[in-house]
Write a protein that binds this ligand. Structure first.
Ligand code: BDR
Ligand code: CA
Length: 350
């Protein structure tokens, strides 16, 4: 008999703009034994930040984790007015789903302070996963310039580096909502002296950026939801054999129906790209993606391209690499895990 104990879970802080696919990332985090979810910070993006905080707490309660600290961050992008996307995620950000109002209070801490304090509490050990506009992380690094040396790993869902955009022809949503924040984060975490110091500390030198190039490989179709529901012991709309309802599966059915209809209208298939849980899964298991270093900057003043994440693949600028950009993804492995884990969580939550 093996006496090996399972590895200790990794402390993870998730920054979200919940959002349908953000809610899937929250469920995946709660369903993953490798994750110690220390806090969730809320940015404005898919919906306004207060609605994000409400959705986030409601989804954590659904997953059986109302104890996780949820903190509101900055409610507007650094410079620009906030733009939200009800056509993508529904008027409240969770599609056609409804959830009981959140009962747990919001954290008394500001989201940016949560990032700083949780990173400082465990130098070099906190994995930060950002699946929203980078406003909160930018505020955090402006408040505490040492932050890039304190975060263990930084994984960012955002940008489109070699593929078309999903917001404007060349721009991805998270980068477009707050391009100034993306620029601040890329510059702070990608600075050559930061990379050198991180390498000396045995930390990955650069953040990992997972843009549409890889997250659009995570293309969920109704058959995936059917498999998940079967794992949970119910039909795809959440009905159990005894007629009762599995709340997680019902939530997924109602939220995803909206998201799939959106993709049917704009992307030509009935299904949905589930960017954010894929990014979280790859943060937990880096073998799900192959990432390569490249210099990246953000367009702030384009006439057609503001928010574009410009990657210098041919090194025309002669600048150092700033990000490890995802170029290949194992979507099949991801879906296998997503279905097994969230299906098992749904079955266990009864
Ligand atoms: C990103 O934009 C948001 O709408 C999604 O939640 C995801 O984080 C994809 O471009
Ligand atoms: Ca998101």
């Amino acid at each position: 008999m093996s006496t090996d104990a399972p590895p200790a879970p990794v402390p993870v802080l998730l920054d979200v703009d919940t959002g349908i696919d953000d809610s899937l990332a929250l469920l995946y985090a709660c369903a993953s034994p490798e994750v110690d979810l220390v806090a969730v910070t809320c940015a404005a993006g898919n919906v306004d930040a207060r609605q994000v905080a409400e959705n986030t707490r409601a989804v954590l309660a659904l997953a059986g984790r109302p104890d996780v600290e949820v903190a509101l961050g900055r409610e507007t992008p650094l410079v620009r007015p906030l733009v939200t996307t009800p056509e993508t995620h529904g008027p409240r950000g969770i599609g056609y789903a409804t959830l009981p109002p959140a009962r747990t209070p919001l954290s008394a801490r500001h989201g940016a302070d949560v990032i700083i304090e949780e990173a400082r509490r465990r130098p070099g050990a906190l994995t930060v996963v950002c699946v929203a506009p980078l406003t909160n992380l930018a505020v955090a690094v402006l408040r505490d310039p040492e932050l890039p040396l304190l975060v263990g790993r930084l994984v960012i869902m955002g940008g489109s580096f070699r593929s078309p955009g999903n917001t404007a022809p060349t721009t991805e949503w998270n980068a477009t909502v707050d391009p100034e924040a993306a620029k601040v984060v890329y510059a702070a975490f990608g600075a050559p002296e930061v990379q050198a110091q991180r390498a000396r500390r045995g930390l990955p030198p650069r953040p990992v950026a997972l843009g549409l190039d890889v997250t659009e490989r995570a293309k969920l179709v109704p058959a995936h939801l059917e498999r998940l529901a079967a794992r949970a012991g119910c039909t795809a709309d959440g009905t159990r054999p005894d007629g009762s309802v599995n709340a997680i599966v019902r939530y997924l059915a109602d939220a995803m129906r909206f998201y799939m209809e959106f993709h049917g209208r704009y992307d030509g298939f009935y299904g949905a790209f589930i960017h954010d849980p894929f990014a979280l899964a790859a943060a937990i298991d880096p073998s799900l993606v192959r990432a390569v270093p490249v210099p990246v900057d953000v367009e702030l003043a384009g006439t057609l391209t503001t928010g574009e994440t410009v990657a210098d693949w041919r090194r025309a600028w002669g600048r150092p690499d700033t990000l490890d950009v995802g170029v290949e993804a194992d979507a099949e492995a991801f879906f296998g895990r997503f279905i097994e884990r969230v299906g098992a969580l749904a079955a266990a939550r009864g």
